[in-house]
Write a protein that binds this ligand. Structure first.
Ligand SMILES: Nc1ncnc2c1ncn2[C@@H]1O[C@H](COP(=O)(O)OP(=O)(O)OP(=O)(O)O)[C@@H](O)[C@H]1O
Length: 316
């Protein structure tokens, strides 16, 4: 029996060291702790080389950790490989993992057999998943003729064949056109709402912010920060300041705006000023008191997730 506390993904002290041919030792992943509970969606963001792919490969059992543990619904990915693989579905994208000469349905049938599905149950599951990922009308076409977006969707269907509790998705919408990417996000959100634990990597800040309960920022193999998108943005505001947009009810931004306390930067276009201030709410108060009845609208926003990310990358 799996205890409720063990459900989902639990990673402790995960470390992977590579030794290159010239003898250089590189810690690609360094002491990573991570938990994704049932129904939670966590996005891992990081610059190229941060260690995301190496982490994902260890979570899915494709790469042995140097040290640390990965539990998938309570099953150790190294010691209890079979049960762990039944608890986890993964979609790593790309051309590997699908047979190009087989049709979409034949691919799902093949992998379904490997998971122990048979006969009507297997056929039913394959049909249901083909509908879920919107490929029912292309079920009989060879996968080699599929676009990248169609392959991404088939990868996801493959990952769902055994109805896993944990889903690991490496850049699920990479390279997709905006419409296909939006459809993929909607699908991932549905799978999360079903109560699965989902961990995904992405370079798309909007995707991360839209989908995630929590965001993990990785750099140099380590977790640099982990929180909700809004908490990360608010914390960054203390360092980077807020953006204050103020529209005046007159043709031009009046003189004196530049005297706003804590001003870091100022841009003016016609009757609109966009300021960067250390304390946004205090700046708004000051502006409203300084220009009473002369403003149409004022909005204060913390740094965007992209700005949080760029700040992390800049600090080395
Ligand atoms: N097989 C390997 N041998 C040696 N070094 C490796 C190996 N695989 C990865 N690395 C190194 O480990 C570090 C992390 O790589 P990884 O591919 O995990 O990063 P990533 O965050 O997924 O990057 P990207 O966003 O480009 O996919 C990099 O410095 C990389 O060069």
């Amino acid at each position: 029996m799996i205890l409720a506390a063990d459900r989902g993904l639990h990673v402790t002290g995960l470390t992977r060291v590579f030794t290159t041919r010239d003898g250089t030792v590189r810690k690609a992943v360094d002491d990573v702790d991570l938990t994704v509970r049932p129904g939670e969606l966590v996005s891992v963001l990081g610059p190229n080389g941060a260690g995301k792919t190496t982490t994902v490969r260890m979570l899915t059992g494709l790469l042995l950790p140097t040290s640390g543990t990965v539990l998938l619904d309570g099953h150790d990915v190294v010691k209890d490989r079979k049960k762990a693989s039944l608890a986890c579905g993964f979609s790593l994208g790309g051309d590997t993992g699908l047979y190009p000469r087989l049709t979409a349905r034949q691919n799902l049938t093949f992998f379904g057999l490997m998971y122990g599905l048979r006969g009507g149950a297997l056929e039913g599951k394959a049909d249901q998943l083909l509908r879920t990922v919107n490929l029912a009308d292309r079920a009989g076409d060879p996968v080699g003729s599929f676009s990248r977006g169609m392959k991404q969707r088939l990868h996801l269907a493959r990952a769902l064949l055994h109805d896993p509790a944990v889903l690991i998705l490496d850049e699920p919408s990479a390279g997709l056109d905006p419409q296909s990417a939006a459809a993929m996000r909607a699908l991932v959100a549905e799978l999360s709402a079903e109560g699965r634990s989902i961990l995904l990597t992405t370079h798309d800040m909007r995707e991360a912010e839209e989908l995630s309960d929590r965001i993990v920022l990785m750099r140099d193999g380590r977790i640099h920060a982990e929180s909700t998108a809004s908490a990360l943005r608010l914390a960054a505001a203390e360092r980077l300041g807020h953006t204050v947009r103020i529209d005046f009810a007159e043709a031009e931004v009046p003189d004196g705006v530049g005297d706003c306390p804590g001003l870091l930067d100022e841009q003016r276009t016609g009757s609109t000023a966009i300021l960067r201030a250390t304390d946004g709410p205090a700046a708004v108060q000051w502006l409203l008191a300084r220009f009473p009845g002369r403003t149409l609208s004022v909005a204060v926003t913390p740094p965007t997730l992209e700005e949080v990310f760029l700040e992390m990358v800049a600090v080395s």
